[in-house]
Design a protein around this ligand. Sequence first.
Ligand SMILES: [Zn+2]
Length: 137
Amino acid sequence: MSMSYDDLLKRLRKGLGPSVAKSVDQRVELPSPITYWQGRKTIFKNFMDYPRIMRREPGKILMYLAKELATAASMDGERAIFIGRRDKQSFAVILNRYMNERVLCPICGRPDTHIEKVKRLQFIICEACGARSPVRS
Ligand SMILES: [Zn+2]
């Protein structure tokens, strides 16, 4: 016996190494929305961070937010302006939902995806694992 129990453990751990490394969480963390009220409007100061992180058109994300909040919205440079006073938490919840529905690959959970339209259907195409999943909404 040239191999001790300790050596065996070391070997086993080494063997497990790469697969453990692969399962390291690759999910992107969304930043917290920075919002404030100005009169009857809500200014979403870091709005443009989201289209950049999600690699989606700003207009699409804006429309989604406006629809979910049942209000009108417009873009103003890096900011977005919403009619009515909305709280930060609502934006965070809706953006997380958008991320889960339309950005993250349902198979591998990575954000390296794009949307492909086939007739009226939309698919999330994953550039990491190649999966093609219908958009749930
Ligand atoms: Zn994938």
